[in-house]
Design a binder for this molecule. Structure first.
Ligand code: GLC
Length: 494
């Protein structure tokens, strides 16, 4: 492709691609990515409403011909950054409509606030009509409702508002109601003893059984971020005020819980290693009765001297020591992580570069589970064999999250390095969904090609690095009121 031509003023209108600011030093891959992203746009009655998950015609489509809520997020950010908010607004309104559908799995009715995992536009060429079909978990593998969709929806609504300055969308009574319904689902009272959100396996990006049930970090971090976004977006009428009070209380408890019990660094690891068990009452140090024998061998070498991360999961006698990319990046972006913790997460990524980035950024989780554990935890899932797919696979989409987190912590050079690694292969390999192998050297066993969020993730990473002011739409500053009053070194161990 000839850059000069693609970006010459006469061609720009027909090319209809990116803003001039990105046209100055056009990069072939960047241009190709924009072209690829535009091809994935899905229309409903003539209006763009989302992007299809993958444009891979070579493989069985399954549900990759649908618009996924979580997959659309990087597409939406790319469009917002490029000054094209229309598709994002339409998407927000369309999914809001879908939320109000009656949702049933067999004879059981789902909560009113549940947002779909995905939807599909069906076009009837004879009648020339469009209809929509949505999946709230009733068609998904494992029949799990997507807990993350509602959170992403709120986060996207704030990104749209922040980027366009248009508050009218969020202020619409329907949008306020949609938000309240999502919040009602996750703030409802029950038997909980923790402020974290209890959920089933496979209810987020990792949408298959992978031992992420209970209190997985991805959901907790998204929950925290969505609550903070809702605080900004909720109108202060009677209903809004009441909800605001509940959100503030929950945020307070949630940040304390996560920062103290999910945080792992060398000191904390050493404390757990020396834990006593079977303690009773409020004086217990080992509050969750975690058995030091359950500490996996790998974690001792993995933990650098400087650095740390949020654990994968914490529950009764259960700590999942795996490192998860999405949850840790969202923890940074939402300021769930304190500035010290954010820096420590970056230190860890730098020290464990080979393991977490290797030949393709970024590992969805580390390490893989194998052998007996794989059998028990995944239920012998052939798609999630070790170092593949959700089980330690490398997902290019995560590049945008890593980049955003790096910029927030003031370490953009880490993101630059990761982007350079991705640029060596991503376009050449046809934008795969994921890569396999310990260092991500192989295109994933069943990875789709032309996976939209791999394309969009790359674009967002590039645009954000080019113009870090974009970070504001997806990042929240630290709320001083949530600062822990107790110093970690004295009484934060458990
Ligand atoms: C896979 C991923 C899921 C994604 C979907 C569509 O199922 O696990 O996170 O939303 O594909 O790309």
């Amino acid at each position: 492709m000839d850059f000069e031509n693609v970006f010459s003023p006469s061609k720009r209108s027909s090319f209809n691609s990116c803003n001039a600011q990105y046209g100055l030093e056009p990069h072939l891959m960047f241009v190709e990515a924009w072209e690829a992203l535009r091809k994935t746009m899905v229309y409903f009655r003539g209006q763009p409403v989302g992007t299809i998950a993958a444009l891979d015609n070579s493989d069985e489509k399954l549900n990759y011909d649908q618009v996924f809520v979580r997959d659309f997020v990087p597409s939406a950010l790319a469009f917002l950054m490029n000054g094209e908010p229309e598709i994002v607004k339409n998407f927000i309104l369309k999914t809001l409509r879908l939320q109000s559908w009656e949702k049933k799995i067999d004879r059981f009715q789902l909560g009113e606030g549940v947002m779909p995992a995905s939807f599909k536009v069906l076009h009837d060429p004879v009648r020339n009509t469009d209809t929509i079909m949505a999946d709230f978990g009733e068609s998904a593998i494992g029949r799990v409702a997507p807990v993350d969709s509602g959170f992403w929806w709120i986060i996207l609504l704030r990104a749209y508002t922040k980027s366009t300055g248009d508050t009218s969308l969020a202020e619409m009574p329907d949008c306020q109601k949609g938000m309240r319904l999502i919040l009602a689902l996750c703030l409802s009272e029950g038997f909980d003893t923790f402020p974290t959100l209890l959920c089933a396996d496979g209810c987020s990006m990792i949408d298959r059984r992978m031992g992420v049930y209970g209190y997985p970090i991805e959901i907790q971090a998204l929950f925290f971020m969505a609550l903070r976004c809702a605080l900004v977006l909720l109108k202060q009428d009677d209903q809004g005020k009441e909800l605001t009070d509940r959100i503030v209380k929950r945020l307070h408890a949630l940040s304390f819980h996560m920062r103290s019990y999910f945080w792992l660094d060398l000191k904390q690891l050493n404390d757990i290693y020396r834990y006593k068990t079977e303690e009773y009452s409020h004086t217990a140090v080992n509050k969750f009765n975690v058995m030091p024998d359950s500490l996996p061998e790998w974690v001792f070498d993995f933990m650098p001297t400087y650095g740390g991360y949020f654990l994968g999961n914490v529950g009764p006698s259960n700590m999942d020591f795996r490192w998860f990319c999405l949850g840790n990046c969202i923890a940074i972006l939402s300021s769930l992580a304190t500035p010290e913790q954010s820096t420590a997460i970056m230190d860890l990524i730098e020290s464990r570069w080979e393991e977490l980035v290797g030949d393709m950024p970024v590992k969805v989780c580390y390490p893989a589970i194998e052998g007996h554990d794989w059998r028990i935890i995944t239920g012998c899932d052939p798609k999630n064999t070790r170092w593949s797919y959700h089980n330690g696979g490398s997902w290019p989409v995560l590049l945008w999250l890593l980049t955003a987190a790096c910029i927030k912590v003031g370490r953009p050079q880490i993101a630059r390095r990761a982007i350079e690694v991705a640029e060596l292969r991503l376009a050449k390999d046809g934008w795969p969904e994921y890569y396999d192998g310990k260092s991500g050297r192989y295109i994933g066993k069943q990875a789709r090609k032309h996976q939209t969020w791999s394309v969009a993730g790359y674009l967002v990473a590039k645009m954000m690095l080019e113009d870090p002011s974009h970070l504001g739409m997806i990042s929240l500053e630290e709320d001083k009121q949530m600062k822990p009053t107790i110093k970690r070194s004295s009484s934060w161990s458990f």
